[in-house]
Design a protein around this ligand. Structure first.
Ligand code: FE2
Length: 277
């Protein structure tokens, strides 16, 4: 029985709700850098990473409905978690779109942008119409994506020089903390009854999905690095670290399996890093 397990999570989701209007939209937006060129680059980086998160969330919205239907049962607390989660993701899409508009309307407009965002690949991280994944894989992929987006939101929230960006990314990151918590509980409960063959298959699926996500993010790692004032290696390491931590929380099998080491040690292994990228 899952009943009481999810009550605390549902309550935290209810208390954690926030409004888009509460964010500091009136705060001045000043892009970092002393020269005009640096400020334009900062603007492009910041618009890019807001766009990446927007498109990742948009893809996740398609999967969210699928996840909600597949996980539906008579546990009211779990249903509440799913419904709040759905509402949170919808709010993220709207707030990120508004943030992108606010950023684009400020500062210099570059004469030409030769690095336009390619949303299709970002959408396909969460959703592919060509393959019908099992319920377990949908849950697993969702958990990995939530952990990585929590980390990316948090990284920018902690380092951006623009108060509106910090506030928006921090609010989204707090939502993702809750999403990771209830999904981890769901996944740990569901996967504990799996046999070794099914588990090994899921380990492979986790590696595949982490590589797929890393690959979709790769063109934008520089933007995350620029906007969060970190090195590109630190951003890649943070992405692998987020996946590694959340998978380790699923139990000893997920921590020690040889296949899972591909994710756990990727951020410390140059050739694995290259292979998975
Ligand atoms: Fe989320």
């Amino acid at each position: 029985m899952m009943g009481p397990l999810f009550e605390g999570h549902a309550e935290r989701a209810r208390r954690g709700q926030w409004q888009i209007e509460d964010l500091p939209w009136d705060e001045p937006i000043r892009f970092c850098g002393t020269s005009k060129r640096d400020q334009i680059l900062c603007k492009l980086d910041t618009v890019d990473l807001a766009g990446v998160m927007y498109h990742l969330q948009l893809g996740a919205r398609m999967r969210m409905g699928d996840h909600l239907l597949r996980s539906w049962n008579h546990d009211r607390a779990l249903l509440e978690c799913l419904e709040w989660h759905d509402g949170d993701e919808h709010r993220h899409v709207r707030v990120l779109r508004r943030l992108i508009d606010a950023l684009q309307s400020k500062g210099e407009t570059p004469a030409r942008n030769d690095r336009p965002l390619s949303p299709d690949r970002l959408w396909r991280v969460a959703y592919s119409s060509r393959e019908r994944l099992s319920d377990d894989r949908v849950l697993l992929n969702m958990l990995i994506d939530e952990a990585v987006s929590r980390t990316l939101f948090g990284m920018v929230a902690g380092s951006s020089g623009i108060p509106l960006v910090r506030a928006t990314f921090d609010a989204c990151s707090q939502d993702d903390v809750r999403h990771v918590e209830y999904l981890t509980l769901m996944a740990a409960r569901r996967f504990e009854s799996l046999g070794s063959y099914e588990l090994a298959f899921l380990h492979g699926a986790a590696v595949l999905h982490t590589a797929r996500l890393q690959s979709a993010l790769r063109p934008y790692i520089g933007s995350f690095a620029g906007a969060s004032r970190q090195s590109a290696e630190a951003v890649v390491t943070a992405v692998f670290g987020a996946a590694s931590r959340v998978l380790s929380d699923l139990g000893a099998n997920w921590k020690q399996s040889p296949v899972m080491r591909l994710v756990h040690s990727a951020d410390r292994s140059p050739w694995l890093l290259w292979l998975l990228r």
